[in-house]
Design a protein around this ligand. Structure first.
Ligand code: F6P
Length: 390
């Protein structure tokens, strides 16, 4: 009994995992949490492999030796990650609720807190564990920058730099060959990355999920540039951007198109009353999957200019984190240990100006921080002539 009391008073045991897509800055955050926890507060820390799956399978890795040295600048996550959810995990060919196994492993490892590094989905999963009585804290990571409640997420700045540099380089071919270059940037639900990279790289057209575009308006902007002596254009398109026409198709037959994505976009605008037949619905689903290729093809037809597509994909998530991401991850990671030391749990550590602040997981979970239509950066972009296809 005396030993238990001593442990509770003197030493805290924390677990840490990374969940969702990998992102630059994850290792810097693990280091920030680990070094502050051990060096400053004298806590013990263990890592769980591959997100919630590793916690469910109790696959641990020690973090109290040299494991935290030399990782500040390294991309990916030394812990590994997965998109597995506690309540819906593929096990033996079935989807099972493994929450109880997770709760059991938390207690078997005598944890006082579990730190989960991830995006909006991870906040939701952490909230479920909180509701099962676990002490959890999350840190906001994603290159998409779409986590509600924080000024910014780590990973975003690095990806922004990569995407902007790609647009810079693509200008050479666009200009030399008088082509349209359509560059697809990550971001299914929010257009922060496409908007930021588009503005930084001087894209002529920026298409984001928040502003359904009219392909004729995009084509006209490109033709107008050509008439003014610039027969080339860069179109920065977020992977979740969608045309008004295509949105109407999906709205007309969300059930037939069948995907979760179709159901999601259904809420985004006025519904089309026409009902699609099976082949039209199937066509809509295909168009949705390949919409960037389809966009380039249509622009070629509508403008008479050659078009090429570059999909940046996971390049944007890889490699050395930027200085800004290393700093942000260190700030958030160390702030998490301050909260643990104070016994403040059930929160995400958000960036707020130069400071950090705890935001209750109930406030974060299930929300997405999208780009407001009147965001100052959209206004600035419009002022310098950027077309948003609306
Ligand atoms: O959420 C981050 C993100 O990079 C999104 O921008 C992208 O849509 C998605 O992950 C890709 O996920 P995956 O790596 O599982 O294909």
């Amino acid at each position: 009994m005396a030993i238990t009391i001593e442990k509770k008073v003197m030493t805290k045991y924390i677990g840490i995992l990374t969940a969702g897509g990998d992102s630059p800055g994850l290792n810097a955050a693990i280091r920030g949490v680990g070094k502050a926890a051990m060096g400053h507060y004298g806590m013990h820390i263990i890592g769980f492999r591959d997100g919630f799956r590793g916690l469910m399978e109790n696959r641990t890795t020690p973090l109290d030796g040299g494991q935290l040295s030399g990782i500040l600048t390294i991309g990916g996550t030394i812990l590994g990650t997965s998109r597995d959810k506690p309540h819906k995990m593929p096990v033996g060919g079935k989807m099972l609720d493994m929450t109880d196994a997770i709760v059991g492993n938390y207690h078997d490892n005598h944890l006082d807190c579990l730190v989960c590094l991830g995006g909006g989905g991870t906040a939701k999963n952490a909230l479920r564990l909180k509701q099962k009585g676990l002490n959890v804290i999350t840190l906001p990571k994603t290159i998409d920058n779409d986590v509600w409640g924080t000024d910014i997420t780590f990973g975003f700045d690095t990806a922004l730099g990569i995407a902007a540099e790609a647009i810079d380089r693509l200008h050479s071919t666009a200009h030399s060959h008088h082509r349209i270059i359509v560059v697809e940037v990550m971001g299914h639900r929010a257009g922060w990355l496409a908007l930021g990279a588009g503005v930084a790289g001087g894209a002529d057209v920026v298409l984001i999920p928040e502003i359904p575009y009219d392909i004729d308006s995009v084509a006209e902007a490109i033709r107008e540039r050509a008439r003014r002596g610039s027969p080339f254009s860069i179109v920065a398109v977020a992977e979740g951007a969608i045309s008004k026409q295509h949105l109407a198709l999906l709205q007309a037959a969300p059930a037939k198109a069948g995907s979760k994505k179709a159901a999601r976009v259904k809420d985004k605008g006025p519904a089309d009353t026409r009902t699609l037949d099976d082949s039209e619905a199937a066509a809509a689903a295909v168009l949705y999957a390949d919409r960037t290729l389809h966009l380039a093809k249509r622009l070629e037809q509508l403008t008479g200019l050659e078009a090429r597509v570059t999909i940046l994909g996971h390049l944007q998530r890889g490699g050395t984190p930027s200085a800004a991401d290393r700093i942000l991850a260190t700030r958030l990671g160390t702030a998490a240990t301050d909260l643990i030391a104070k016994g403040r749990f059930g929160v995400m550590v958000a960036a707020k100006g130069d400071a950090t602040r705890p935001v209750k997981l109930e406030e974060v979970a299930g929300k997405v921080k999208i780009v407001p239509a009147d965001h100052p950066l959209i206004m600035s972009a419009r002022r310098v002539g950027t077309n948003f296809g609306d």
